[in-house]
Design a protein around this ligand. Structure first.
Ligand code: S3P
Length: 437
């Protein structure tokens, strides 16, 4: 069913405390790593979204046992060798993270296995992981997109690889394959989120990391077994981002978001918005198994200014640009975001889609293949009705549009389609929003 949400008035001022669901990157990594341990792993606050359910379905098909209750998930994994079955089909649904990571884990699956995904995932690039995984000894057909057939090898050989897209999915896929390989794999990777490195360290997997300004070098030695992983998953900064921007762009409002993962490789949005004049504070910082967590306090912010956004933030804000663009639309001056071709490789071509939504609102943009200039207008009054439809059910396009509808003055109505898309990453988005109303 394609439900749509109609909005025709701004949100009233609010002063509230909320929390958001578990981090998606950590939830998927927990599921996949737990499937590699023969002992029982337990997670609290695991994100209950379709991407994570797809991950659970995949590992169940590969032999893991999963038990889910209200706030707890138990997994008893299979060890480093998944159970091989004839003609097995895995479905990664909408999740690029799951699709790319699971291929790394299948490196020693010495049987043909088919990976499929939904319409959006079937348009996305898989060559980025196929290329390194072939070096380990796997074979693939076809060689770029889903659906694809993979055949692993019973003796994966360690590799040397340069990952130059700044893709954590690609880096992690290689790291997971390296676990199951003979010898030491060496990766030179452009900076990207480092949850996998932190989890590997916590699990005492032999790992050497050297950090340089623009890239890291990572060495991983294959292992014989993996320990179980008990984990309390902190809130997802990407889910918070909608509420951070909602608060900044609303009148006379304050919001405290409790217990969020504020890993430095994920908080580009906070750094960018602070430079634009937004009032955001990180409070109560803690360390949790190598990850940083904190509460985030946000206040309505006037006199926002445009930014020439340094590309060093691109990776750490990659999932948040759609809402950052809304702040640019409200700011005085022309904002520039460059080297963002990767944004068009997401669940929908988000650089193009972000620009389109701003244009519907009456904001001028200059768009190229990898950059956008946004001509901000602090006094914008939207004159027409806006319909958001046919965006490949991209959850972040839906949520960005809801935040725009609640914060930009308009004479018309918003009609935002594909409400179900929030189930991908943030099923309680609308429930959380209602707490502020
Ligand atoms: C993710 C990495 C990012 C991000 C995605 C989740 C991960 O993708 O966009 O939502 O969990 O590793 P890339 O690493 O491909 O940029």
């Amino acid at each position: 069913m394609n439900k749509s949400l109609k909005i025709n008035k701004l949100i009233n001022p609010f002063n509230k405390t909320i929390s958001v669901e578990g981090d998606k990157s950590l939830s998927i990594r927990w599921v996949l790593l737990s499937s590699l341990s023969k002992k029982k792993s337990v997670a609290y606050n695991l994100l209950k979204s379709e991407d994570v359910f797809s991950a659970l379905d995949c590992i169940k098909k590969l032999g893991a046992k999963v038990k889910m209750s209200k706030n707890k998930c138990n997994i008893i994994g299979v060890g480093l060798n998944y159970k091989e079955k004839k003609n097995l089909i895995l479905n990664a649904g909408n999740s690029g993270t799951l699709g790319r990571l699971i291929l790394g884990l299948l490196i020693n699956y010495n049987n043909r296995i088919k990976l499929i995904g939904d319409k959006s995932l079937s348009k996305r690039d898989f060559y980025r992981v196929i290329k390194p995984l072939k070096k380990f000894g796997a074979s693939f057909s076809p060689k770029k997109t889903l659906p694809l057939i993979m055949k692993g090898t019973n003796k994966p050989k360690s590799i040397n690889y340069i990952e130059n897209k700044g893709s954590a999915q690609c880096k992690t896929s290689i790291m997971l394959a390296a676990l199951k390989s003979e010898g030491v794999t060496k990766i030179k990777a452009k900076k990207s989120r480092d949850h996998t490195e932190i989890l590997f360290k916590y699990l005492k997997i032999p790992l050497k990391i050297k950090k340089f300004r623009k890239y890291d070098t990572i060495q991983i030695k294959g292992v014989k077994y993996i320990e179980s992983l008990n984990y309390k998953i902190p809130g997802d900064i990407s889910s918070c981002s909608f509420f951070i921007v909602l608060t900044i762009l609303s009148k006379d409002s304050k919001l405290l978001i409790k217990n969020v993962n504020v890993n430095p490789s994920r908080i580009g949005i906070i750094e960018i918005l602070k430079k634009m004049g937004a009032s955001i504070k990180i409070l109560n910082k803690k360390n949790y198994k190598g990850e940083k967590t904190a509460d985030i306090f946000i206040k309505s912010s006037k006199n926002l200014k445009a930014i020439n956004c340094p590309s060093k933030y691109n990776s750490s804000a990659i999932d948040e640009f759609l809402v950052i663009f809304l702040v640019a639309a409200r700011s005085k001056g022309v904002s520039i975001f460059k080297n963002l071709a990767e944004l068009n490789q997401k669940e929908s071509p988000r650089l193009i889609w972000g620009s389109k939504v701003l244009n519907y609102m009456g904001i001028r943009t200059d768009l190229t293949k990898n950059s956008i200039k946004i001509h901000g207008n602090p006094n914008l009054m939207i004159k027409n009705n806006i319909q958001i439809k046919n965006f490949l059910k991209d959850h972040r396009v839906f949520m960005m549009s809801v935040i725009a509808a609640l914060t930009f003055k308009t004479k018309g109505n918003w009609d935002i389609h594909d409400l179900e898309s929030i189930k991908t990453s943030f099923p309680t988005f609308l429930k959380t929003l209602k707490k502020l109303m």
